[in-house]
Design a protein around this ligand. Structure first.
Ligand code: SF4
Length: 194
């Protein structure tokens, strides 16, 4: 954008910021980018049981030019790193990166010369998701936390200066949405009957 660079801060810009961030977080389109076993969990997350369509992101885009979220699902080999960077560069701004699984985040158990020891050596990462593999609930939790981060993003340098030092409250979504009820993991029969 460019308008936010010119406008003074105030109620109007704050409201516009909320609206823009809401539209951005409610229509994240992920790039189709599965690298290893974590990708199976990512695909499961898009399937009917977990239904990423609830967040407006069921459309995994085959073209990076139509995507604004890169979910790095799996280990990144040295050979794949430049390809990953090229896909990232082809995505339009604003864009976000979610590092899914311990391999993508730190190399995991692949502590060797063939695997990049953390995808943040190649692209900037907005959200790290631990686990091997992370279950779909964990990916959804990371996506909801990314939503919180997007909602808190300043629109332009004036708002960035105003919001400097303020932190996004990243409460676990299982806590945030439980409304005081005890939550059971999916897979426990009682939880599935609700
Ligand atoms: S974190 Fe585990 S499931 Fe994910 S890519 Fe690495 S080995 Fe596979």
């Amino acid at each position: 954008m460019g308008l936010e660079e010119k406008l003074p801060s105030g109620i109007l810009l704050t409201s516009v910021e909320k609206l823009v961030n809401w539209t951005r977080k409610a229509s994240l389109w992920p790039a189709t980018f599965g690298l290893a076993c974590c990708a199976i969990e990512m695909m499961t997350t898009g399937a009917p049981r977990y239904d990423l369509g609830r967040f407006g992101m069921e459309v995994f885009r085959a073209s990076p030019r139509q995507a604004d979220l890169m979910i790095v699902a799996g280990r990144v080999s040295q050979k794949m790193a430049p390809v990953l960077r090229q896909i990232y560069d082809q995505m339009p701004e604003p864009k976000w990166v979610l590092s899914m699984g311990v391999c993508a985040s730190s190399g995991g158990m692949f502590n060797n010369y063939a695997i990049v020891q953390g995808v943040d050596h190649v692209v900037p990462v907005d959200m790290y998701l631990p686990g091997c593999p992370p279950r779909p609930e964990m990916l959804i939790d990371a996506i909801l936390k990314l939503h919180a981060k997007i909602m808190d993003e300043p629109l332009g340098p004036v708002r960035a200066a105003e919001k400097a030092g303020q932190r996004t409250d990243l409460v676990a979504s299982s806590v945030k949405y439980s409304r005081g009820k005890r939550t059971l993991p999916i897979g426990v029969p009682e939880a599935n009957q609700r």
